[in-house]
Write a protein that binds this ligand. Sequence first.
Ligand code: UDP
Ligand code: MG
Length: 320
Amino acid sequence: MKLSLVVPCYNEEANVKRFFNEVNNVFLCNVDDYEFVFVNDGSKDKTFDNLKELYEENSAYNIQVLSFSRNFGKESAMYAGLKAAKGDYVCIIDADLQQSPEVVLKMLEEIEKDESVDCVAAYQEERNEGALLSNFKSAFYTIINKLAEVDFVNGASDFRLFNRKMVDAVLSMSEYHRFSKGIFSWVGFNTKYIAYEAKEREHGESKWSFLKLFKYAIDGIVAFSTLPLRLSIATGFITAIASIIYLIVVVFQKLIQGIDVPGYASIIVLILFLGGMQLFCLGILGEYLAKVYVQTKNRPLYILKEHLGKDDENDKNTLY
Ligand code: UDP
Ligand code: MG
């Protein structure tokens, strides 16, 4: 198998068949040996029924349909898809046709013409979204690049094509809290970035609310940097120094200048400040601890309910 397309789908009933047809049209004279790996991430609409129909009506095509027992999130869907993919090259692409199959051809061309390239990642030069969201994303990349030991490219998405070596490296990282953009960077290898323009979503809705994105951003920072933990040491140190300076000033005023320093207001401010700082630092610690707690349970990243088009149908033990 030359190329696998890994397609995470969550409530994409209106898109999966269009996606299938559009890819086949674009690939018609350009790619001959490819497979679809659709991952139905616990959709609540008819996505799975549509995928099943696609699978049953198109036996001439290589199609796998993995279906989760509930919604586990795009990260888990991508992991399951990469694991099931059999291609020498594997491309992760959204089901909503915002990422056009023509770009996949360009990625293939780039990776085939230069042997040193292991991954071709598409990034959006210009984002077709509101200024607030766009600024929030840019701020996130600035912060995480300062904090983390790996690089994150602003505008780069999960729309990427990998060679087999890199897919295996990504799969070797089976951590529970997945932040793929960090994992792709952490495993190393040589990534080439090409610009693309994301199209408007025609059917269905984006699954990313501002709050979800914010949570995802925090997860990314916690997953790839321990610097916030050290932040509490710095904050504690600075507060301690400030309090010593304050003490010296108060003692100086009292003993040398004979001024009575009115205490009540400043004590309240100090208590509130210190209390706030302590809770803030505890909160950071809690974030990391919570991640450790969940990871130690060693739960699977997803539970498969169904797997159509699997090579060995009897191999029930490897459902996840
Ligand atoms: N997706 C998924 N599980 C989720 C959320 C999204 O598999 O919990 C899929 C979704 O069906 C789509 C892709 O991930 O194929 C990208 O999602 P979306 O289009 O909502 O993101 P956006 O393009 O708005 O960033
Ligand atoms: Mg989309």
